[in-house]
Design a protein around this ligand. Structure first.
Ligand code: SF4
Length: 352
């Protein structure tokens, strides 16, 4: 896969675009005004692999909270602004590493210029975000409805507007909830601009449907070498977005770091609580950056065979199971020890 070469853009301590790795983003679902809750969530997401975090800035209190949040976190913070340019100015003043605006809803050219000037003064990037849901009426009319072409035209017009104000420290995001339209829009915009692209499918749904839509949409877009930073939007706890983003990037061979989890679907032979175990292990492995495969299998009939390719595995029996390392059975362990044993093995993995 040949990667689309985009301009490098620095967001706090992370650089996207160029040959830099595709950065994983998420968005807090805490009230930004609640500094403690927001910091806690950002720390949890950072530990899981989030590299850039976005927070909503709907109030003056939220904008002012940014400086306090920033003191406690290690990853760049993006302020998400809608409608009120003064909040954008305040977010920038409070140290936001990037601001996300839709130039079409910030209140006119003068107000946009004020935001652009403030971003320029601190040299922080502006993410120009366009969603199919907020497409201008004249563009909808021109293309006879909401189309990929219309979304791209809208985004490029807004980018031009900011360029004409003398600023080119930009990232573009175009999102549509129609997955195939989103793919087409990214294909269309990819060679029409040099700016890095933040890719994601907007409002894809709950964990199950959202993961499928994002997996297909992002998979198709990324497979064309398009995308400099991604967010898998999901209705639910943001930690799931990080798990999904890492899984997508790993599955596509784009990222090597991070543990791959293999688990069996369970069947009538399963005699351990494998579903609960797999879910716990999924959370556990987020904390390690090894390029290895961990398997949790339901039975000792097929488990060892199916786990043979994994670096570390458990094959369950009745109330107990086999610990398997590099395809070799190490010992029997009790069911209640499964999780702690895997954690111990992973904590000491470099010793193996
Ligand atoms: Fe069933 Fe065993 Fe295969 Fe799991 S590993 S699906 S329990 S046969």
């Amino acid at each position: 896969m040949t990667r689309r070469l985009s301009k490098e853009v620095r967001i706090g301590n992370v650089t996207i675009g160029g040959n830099n790795p595709i950065a994983i983003q998420s968005m807090c679902n805490t009230k930004t005004e609640n500094v403690e809750a927001t910091v806690n969530q950002i720390k949890e997401l950072t530990a899981a692999g989030c590299e850039i975090i976005r927070v909503a800035v709907p109030t003056v209190e939220a904008a002012n909270a940014i400086s306090k949040i920033k003191k406690e976190i290690e990853i760049p913070l993006v302020a998400d602004i809608h409608f009120d340019y003064k909040l954008a100015l305040l977010a920038i003043e409070n140290g936001a590493d990037k601001i996300r605006i839709n130039p079409g809803n910030i209140g006119g050219s003068d107000k946009l210029k004020a935001v652009v000037d403030a971003a320029k003064e601190r040299n922080i990037p502006i993410r120009v975000g366009v969603n199919s849901g907020s497409l201008e009426k004249d563009i909808i009319k021109k293309y006879g409805g909401v189309t990929a072409e219309g979304v791209v035209e809208s985004a490029l017009l807004k980018v031009k507007q900011i360029e004409d104000m003398g600023y080119d420290n930009l990232v573009i995001s175009i999102k549509t909830s129609d997955v195939m339209m989103c793919v087409k829009a990214h294909e269309l915009i990819a060679d029409k601009t040099i700016y890095p692209l933040h890719v994601g499918i907007t409002e894809p749904g709950t964990l199950s449907s959202g993961n499928i839509k994002s997996g297909i949409g992002l998979g198709l877009i990324l497979s064309k070498g398009i995308g400099d930073t991604i967010r898998v939007s999901l209705t639910g706890a943001p930690i799931n977005e990080i798990i999904s983003a890492k899984t997508i990037l790993r599955t596509m061979g784009i990222r090597k770091n991070g543990i791959e989890l293999v688990s069996c679907p369970t069947c009538g032979r399963t005699e351990i609580n494998l579903i609960a175990l797999a879910n716990e292990v999924e959370k556990l492995i987020m904390n390690y950056d090894y390029n290895i495969k961990v398997a949790v299998m339901g039975c000792v009939v097929n488990g060892p065979g199916e786990a043979a390719e994994a670096d570390l595995a458990i094959a369950g029996g009745k109330g107990e199971g086999l610990l398997i390392k590099h395809g070799e059975i190490v010992r029997k362990i009790k069911e209640e020890e499964f999780l702690d044993t895997l954690k111990y093995e992973l904590d000491h993995w470099s010793d193996c």
